[in-house]
Design a binder for this molecule. Structure first.
Ligand code: F6R
Length: 364
């Protein structure tokens, strides 16, 4: 049931504040002071590293989580796409905790990677949407993301719920390892609990996204740039766009631009820069200037402060609410989804059932 929306994807994008609220209520106690993960949980003090494995959008959620686990909890993280991991057969040290992320819980490569880790990793954790799925059943600690049924082939609400669950896990790890004070934790939890409201504000950029998408729909190639934890968001934006609009889109870490992809930039190539005003913002501005100097059309997704500091010359700006940089990757998923959705609408492609794609990839 599309609940009055034209597509499941539109409904699932719009539903994000509500489902996120449910996920937060599941993992944070009612007065917002403590994280409540299922018992027996993880012995975070003993974890030497996380080995995270997933495919597609779930893989990008892992790439974001790597920044969180490393920066907040000081735990080294390796991230692999499942199809590479399973055949590489990497050595696994006993202090490794394996962490699989999958919306369906049935992705063949991810499940095979999980089975490879059985008996090798200290523990197998999964972050899944379908609680009765194979991946959930075969894990020591399955963590539901509580996104509800996702029907649109392009993953939207599952991504933001995966990120939210992983953010909570990273905070718990930081707390258990004594890397965060009680006051800092309370602050982060309060910001998390405010997230549904902030996401609601972000959904208001839909009309602007739709207007810009009519222009994006004319492009043959589109580049996405981001730094730090926004780099995986750039990857997600490019994946979403190519899946449903069939426009060739690629993402790069902003600092990689001058190592090759800048050769592609001319006035026909829109460059979408995902950059909240954070500690790395100045560096991203200089990357943007390199693009603009070559005639590239920059669409900057940032907040009020970022827009003010970016100065003149950008083609267009999408304004996001200001947010704790830790949570920016969750918020910035919304404009990425809306741009992909409306570009596909402008092109007249089948949003919910894009060609050649299946919702659940149960064969390799
Ligand atoms: C992208 C998308 C796919 C899936 C990938 C993994 O919009 O939906 O890239 O993320 O096939 O699927 P799950 O999460 O079910 O393992």
């Amino acid at each position: 049931d599309k609940a009055g929306y034209k597509h499941f994807m539109a409904k699932e994008i719009a539903e994000q504040p509500t489902v996120l609220q449910g996920a937060l209520a599941h993992y944070i106690n009612h007065d917002g002071t403590a994280i409540t993960l299922p018992e027996p949980g993880l012995d975070f003090a003993k974890i030497e590293r996380f080995s995270m494995v997933a495919c597609g959008t779930a893989f990008y959620a892992c790439l974001v989580a790597k920044y969180w686990f490393e920066q907040l909890a000081g735990i080294p993280v390796e991230v692999d796409v499942a199809s590479e991991f399973r055949y590489r057969e990497p050595p696994v040290t006993p202090g490794t905790v394996a962490l699989f992320v999958s919306q369906s819980g049935e992705t063949a490569d991810t499940l095979a990677a999980l089975r490879y880790m059985e008996g090798k990793a200290a523990k197998i954790v999964s972050v899944v949407n379908v609680p009765e799925s194979s991946i959930a059943r075969e894990s020591d600690l399955p963590l539901p993301i509580l996104a509800g049924t996702e029907i649109g082939v392009a993953s939207t609400k599952a991504f933001t719920c995966q990120l939210t669950t992983l953010a909570i896990l990273a905070l718990q790890a930081a707390q258990a390892r004594g890397r965060i004070t009680d006051a800092e934790l309370a602050d982060k939890l309060a910001n998390l609990r405010a997230l549904p409201g902030v996401l609601n504000l972000a959904l208001a950029v839909e009309s602007k996204a739709s207007e810009l998408s009519r222009k994006l729909a004319e492009a043959r190639d589109i580049l996405f740039l981001g730094r730090g934890a926004m780099y995986p968001l750039a990857l997600e934006g490019a994946l979403k766009l190519k899946e449903i609009s069939y426009i060739h889109a690629e993402a790069y870490a902003s600092g990689e631009l001058k190592h090759g992809p800048i050769a592609l930039v001319d006035k026909h190539v829109p460059v979408i820069v995902m950059a909240p005003r954070d500690a790395l913002f100045d560096k991203t501005v200089s990357n943007m200037q390199e693009v603009m100097a070559r005639g590239g059309k920059v669409l900057l997704i940032t907040d009020q402060k970022g827009a003010a500091e970016a100065g003149d010359g950008v083609w267009n700006t999408i304004l996001m609410p200001e947010i704790d940089p830790f949570l920016a990757p969750i918020l910035y998923a919304v404009p990425a989804q809306l741009l992909a959705y409306h570009t596909a609408i402008a092109k007249g492609t089948d949003v919910d059932q894009p060609r050649n794609l299946a919702k659940s990839v149960t064969v390799e």
